[in-house]
Design a protein around this ligand. Structure first.
Ligand code: HEC
Length: 414
């Protein structure tokens, strides 16, 4: 009885998580698909979790369609391998790639070399990367429902399947014992991977049905955002107890998180456009409005001066918010208004982020002292939307999760 109920809740949360359909009226995008047996396959297999807008407005080359179909098969699309091939060829033929804003070269003072590794599970959708102190690179396979570890020295990749299938591992972080914690984005839990035994443990997050980004505070409490649930939460790993707080702004989509030097938690409300803090004791949320109403602060990073750096996804800007003074400033991203700044981090006082919609993706360097940009094309793969990045433990580079090309990468800075 309880199992059935849980299963029902999970399906619902997946449908909600992707903003979905499943109503009885015909899909509004149906007439965009040429008639044929493949159209029926689409209706049967591709409308349960989201509308056909995802398919009709998907902009992929042949490799991209193959990757998208592999991801959907991982997610549970009910197709035989033959039907999947048939549908992939139909999509490649009828939905060729449309022009994409080009990479914009800006020269500057440093050199970057990028090394990439293809991941073993097709369509795993590496979402977030994690650089471990021992030099290994961990990543979440959002669609492959797995946690992966790459040893960059040997190229060996180990995959750990989640306990619950199709749980949508999204963000990940490490505890002080070196265990990996991830958000089960589709199935309302936080997972722990014991790196010594490979054992997984799941902690339910209750009404926060789509946990998104996890981060430990200095007391070992795991904080997390839940985008569609519009919440921020905390999990005590010792007891499994979860506390939740609802964002004061409706549908504000709590997203990225950082701690300032005093240990205060900041997060971005990426549909608001606001930053916010949470009181660790009372869980009271305080919001800070960003100056431009069109800003969509997707990810954030914090520097040594407690200045928050913002990837303004919708406007193609790099933003800044000084947590000490409340001062703000912004700069247009080199790739232009449609470049979709996304993954962002700070390394040795320099801001690094990715322009995720351009081809190839642009890895952007910004020096706050000179306010100068430099850009690097993410090659050879093109990057396929780098949704997150972080500095390597030795401080010499950045780990990258290249979601649309099923690769992870390391950018070494010279
Ligand atoms: C079992 C649920 C499910 C089914 C069935 C399903 N999808 Fe998806 N689809 C998802 C989820 C979940 C996402 C990702 C949502 C997100 O952005 O986090 C997604 C995203 C997509 C995307 C965008 C990918 C990206 O990287 O952003 C495309 C394209 C897509 N689906 C196509 C299809 C096609 C074609 C089918 C039918 C073969 C299909 N989907 C069937 C769950 C499903």
């Amino acid at each position: 009885m309880q199992k059935t109920l849980l299963a029902a809740v999970s399906v619902l949360s997946l449908a909600l998580a992707v903003g979905a359909s499943a109503q009885n009226k015909p899909d509004p995008n149906l007439d965009k698909f040429p008639a044929g047996p493949e159209k029926q396959l689409l209706v049967d297999a591709c409308t349960q979790c989201h509308t056909l807008a995802r398919v009709a407005f998907g902009n992929y080359n042949s490799d991209g369609w193959h990757n998208a179909m592999n991801m959907m098969m991982n997610a549970g699309a009910p197709l035989s391998p033959q039907q999947a091939d048939q549908l992939t060829n139909y999509l490649i033929k009828n939905f060729p790639e449309k022009p994409i804003p080009p990479f914009k070269q800006v020269d500057g003072p440093v050199k970057v070399s990028i090394k990439e590794w293809v991941l073993p599970t097709a369509g795993s959708r590496p979402h977030d990367p994690l650089a471990a102190p021992d030099g290994s690179l961990w990543y979440t396979g959002h669609m492959g429902s797995l946690i992966g570890r790459l040893d960059p020295k040997t190229g060996k990749i180990t995959e750990y399947k989640t306990k619950t299938p199709v749980s949508g591992p999204h963000g990940l972080t490490m505890d002080k014992d070196g265990n990996v914690w991830y958000t089960g984005n589709f199935k309302g839990h936080i997972g722990k991977l014991d790196v010594k035994t490979g054992q997984m443990t799941e902690y339910r997050t209750g009404a926060a049905r789509d946990p998104h980004t996890p981060l430990f505070d200095k007391n070992g409490i795991l904080w997390f955002t839940a985008q569609n649930s519009n919440m921020v939460g905390r999990l005590d790993p010792k007891t499994g107890a979860v506390k939740l707080a609802v964002s004061p702004t409706e549908n504000s989509a709590p997203y990225a998180m950082v701690f300032d030097s005093k240990g205060k938690l900041w997060f971005s409300e990426w549909q608001a456009p606001k930053l916010a803090t949470v009181d660790a004791e009372t869980m009271e949320i305080k919001e800070y409005l960003l100056p431009n109403a069109g800003t969509r602060p997707r990810r954030i990073a914090i520097d040594q001066n407690d200045v928050i750096w913002i990837s303004d996804y919708s406007r193609g800007y790099l933003g800044m918010y000084d947590t000490k003074t409340g001062a703000t400033k912004e700069w247009p991203s080199p790739g232009g208004p449609r470049s979709q700044p996304y993954g962002i981090t700070v390394l040795n006082g320099i801001v690094w982020y990715n322009e995720g919609s351009i081809k190839p993706n642009g890895l952007v360097r910004f020096d706050p002292k000179t306010e100068k940009f430099q850009t690097f094309p993410v090659l050879p793969s093109g990057g396929g939307t780098i949704r997150n990045m972080m500095p390597t433990a030795d401080g010499k580079g950045l780990v990258l999760a290249e979601s649309g090309v099923n690769r992870v990468g390391i950018a070494t800075i010279q």
